[in-house]
Design a protein. Structure first.
Length: 278
């Protein structure tokens, strides 16, 4: 479906993504892990053309999406919806309008300019919010919602784009464990029910293990692991995170340790029950 060939991004002398080559042959939920600065965000942003690649190709159905321009590029950007750590909603706009903004690229410029949405758009937005369990918040301003609710609005907005794939850049990094679980469950559901590629940057190993079919480990701009979560041994994790013998998976865990009872299982994974309890 999508092939990355020697995709590279340099910022000055710094190589953020270094000749990355891999392919996604069928809809998978993929977690990209690695420590800060490994190149995870840059990789995701190149797919959606938010960051221009320096060299290489990204082929989707045989077409190099890195050379798309104008309307076809915008079309591509709509086809790969982004979800960000900081939600990127318009705070003062109501929730349903925020969701409908996902449709803007699909309308002509004039229609976009005047913010005109059809009744269909409103109904689709409400359906998307309902699917995320927050239809009752539709008329509130986005800024009135909790972080977890705002991220669900952002995912509903992504669904409005009817994308081929969802690219999520640390979607749960600003959330507590319970909301992290709700958001990850929602992304997993989009993958399973809609059969879409979900490519998700995650700071923590445990979440990747719990939710993803495939894990890509990046270090210094390179892919140093690409495989099933089961194949991700502690040694491999050490290599990805560039840690020494003292490396402990708990250090990359999402779960909050309240000092009394651990919210992690033995592998440090955020289990649904543990996350809810946390
Ligand atoms: N706009 C930019 N200008 C200059 N350097 C950048 C820019 N964006 C990223 N970089 C550099 O590229 C490298 C990779 O950054 P990137 O944000 O992709 O890492 P990351 O894995 O997403 O890290 P984090 O986990 O902290 O989000 C880093 O060294 C970073 O400093
Ligand atoms: Mg990042």
């Amino acid at each position: 479906m999508i092939q990355f060939q020697d995709v590279t991004k340099t910022f000055g002398v710094r190589t953020a993504v270094d000749k990355v080559t891999f392919s996604i042959d069928h809809p998978q939920m993929i977690g990209v892990i690695g420590r800060s600065g490994a190149g995870k965000s840059t990789l995701l942003r190149m797919i959606n053309r938010l960051t221009p690649a320096t060299s290489g190709q990204i082929l989707f159905k045989g077409e190099n999406i890195l050379s798309l321009k104008g309307a076809t590029m915008r079309r591509w950007q709509r086809d790969c919806a982004m979800v960000f750590q900081q939600f990127n909603l318009v705070p003062r706009l109501d929730v349903v309008t925020n969701v409908m903004l996902g449709r803007l690229n699909g309308h002509g410029t004039l229609k976009s300019l005047f913010n005109i949405f059809s009744k269909d758009d409103v109904n689709s937005a409400l359906a998307a919010l309902d699917r995320l369990g927050i239809a009752q918040e539709a008329t509130k301003r986005a800024e009135e919602l909790s972080g977890g609710q705002q991220q669900r609005v952002a995912i509903a907005r992504a669904l409005m784009q009817d994308p081929h794939m969802v690219l999520a850049d640390e979607p749960i990094a600003s959330l507590d464990p319970m909301n992290a679980k709700i958001v990850m469950d929602a992304l997993r559901e989009i993958h399973e029910r809609d059969n879409k590629i979900v490519l998700c940057n995650l700071h923590t190993l445990d979440t990747a293990r719990a939710y993803c079919d495939r894990v890509i480990g990046m270090r210094d701009g390179k892919i140093v692991f690409d495989g099933a979560p089961d194949a991700l041994s502690t040694d491999v994790a050490r290599e990805i995170y560039g840690a020494d013998e003292s490396f402990n998976e708990a250090a990359t865990s999402t779960a909050i340790d309240n000092g009394q009872s651990s919210t992690q299982n033995s592998a440090g994974a955020m289990t649904p029950a543990a996350a809810a309890a946390g």
